[in-house]
Design a protein around this ligand. Structure first.
Ligand SMILES: *Cc1c(COP(=O)(O)O)cnc(C)c1O
Length: 341
């Protein structure tokens, strides 16, 4: 294997072209066998439903090079299942679990040289997405779908890496509503939140924290990651119908429980901001990102004065990445080695 000539230790979280992506088409009621291509563009009918009526969903997962040089996935099956849930909610054709898995294996194998070396801190980000590709002008689901997976080597999502970030509570803009599609991974949720995220960045914050849109009293999640707080030695994460069920959060909850921390999923009030000992964001891209402060209106609640993550957050982060990188045993069966092509 020839490793790509990249500065893997200093990669940003940004698109970096690789050799191949893979595409499967659903037509006349069946999926084809998929095709690897070097083409970076997609030829799409101008009336495709993804362009007009938002039939677009995606996933995000990472693969890691282990100390022994083999490559492993992390909870691939969970991403595959969530992709199906997202598809069903938008009346799109769900990608069979085996097709999803095969697609990820094939595209990673075809880009072996772009998998960042173990110890570089970078990983290979995998981006599956599904488009309604059939032409319709009336509002109805497409009869044809395009399933694409590309990969790109990435460094940390937040520039500072494992260093506390500043969040601001978003009081005006809602990302999603109960009964809407906030609980599935569709591009439209990101379009809805872009003004909020850009507004926060313009004011020097890393991201927003959304509130429940009904009462504006409870914390939902951040723009692209779930949220937790450590309150009285408990791991507390918002329960809400409008947040995306994060696989990272699911994993960290398990790790917290097994470390003896009581875990609570419940509505978390803005009134509780002053009682957090630690807080963090959770996602494939964010991994666990410690939250150093949360601004709510005129008030700033500070959770890290020394610019460092708290002890519980640090412990959970170390456990999680040790499993992801294949440095610790994986008693949960979350990781799986990708066979050599
Ligand atoms: C993808 C995503 C997350 C994180 O989910 P993971 O499965 O942990 O990557 C959280 N919130 C939103 C809105 C997301 O789109």
């Amino acid at each position: 294997m020839q490793r790509a000539d990249l500065d893997f230790a200093n990669l940003p979280f940004a698109f970096q072209q690789t050799d191949r992506n893979i595409r499967y088409r659903f037509r006349d009621g069946t999926w084809d066998r998929g095709e690897l291509t070097a083409d970076q563009t997609i030829n799409l009918h101008m009336a495709a439903t993804c362009l007009h009526y938002g039939q677009e969903i995606f996933e995000g997962l990472k693969v890691f090079e282990r100390p022994d040089g083999r490559i492993q996935t992390f909870r691939l099956e969970e991403n595959a299942k969530r992709f199906q849930r997202s598809a069903r909610k938008l009346l799109m054709e769900p990608v069979p679990l085996e097709v999803f898995k095969e697609a990820v294996h094939r595209v990673v194998q075809a880009n072996r040289g772009f998998v960042p070396p173990h110890g570089s801190g970078a990983s290979l980000y995998v981006r599956p997405f599904l488009l309604g590709s059939g032409a319709e002008v009336g509002v109805k689901p497409s009869r044809e779908y395009l399933f694409v997976v590309f990969v790109t080597p990435v460094g940390p999502y937040y520039k500072a890496g494992f260093e506390p970030v500043k969040l601001i509570v978003e009081e005006a803009i809602d990302r999603a509503a109960p009964g809407g599609v906030g609980d599935v991974k569709c591009g439209g949720n990101y379009a809805a939140g872009m003004r909020a995220t850009m507004g926060a960045k313009g004011k020097g914050y890393s991201e927003v924290l959304y509130l429940d849109c009904r009462e504006k009293k409870y914390l939902d999640e951040s723009g692209s990651s779930n949220f937790y707080a450590i309150i009285d030695g408990r791991y507390v994460t918002p329960a809400s119908p409008s947040i995306l069920p994060s696989i990272t959060n699911m994993s960290v909850r398990q790790l917290a429980e097994d470390a003896g921390l009581p875990v609570e999923a419940r509505p978390v009030g803005v009134a509780e901001l002053g009682s957090f000992a630690e807080a963090g964001c959770l996602g494939t891209a964010a991994v666990i990102t410690p939250v150093g402060s949360i601004t709510h209106g005129e008030r700033e609640y500070v959770y890290s004065k020394d610019g460092k993550a708290g002890p519980v957050t640090t412990q959970l982060y170390n456990k999680l990445i040790a499993i992801q990188w294949g440095e610790a045993d994986d008693p949960y069966g979350w990781t799986e080695v990708i066979p050599e092509s």
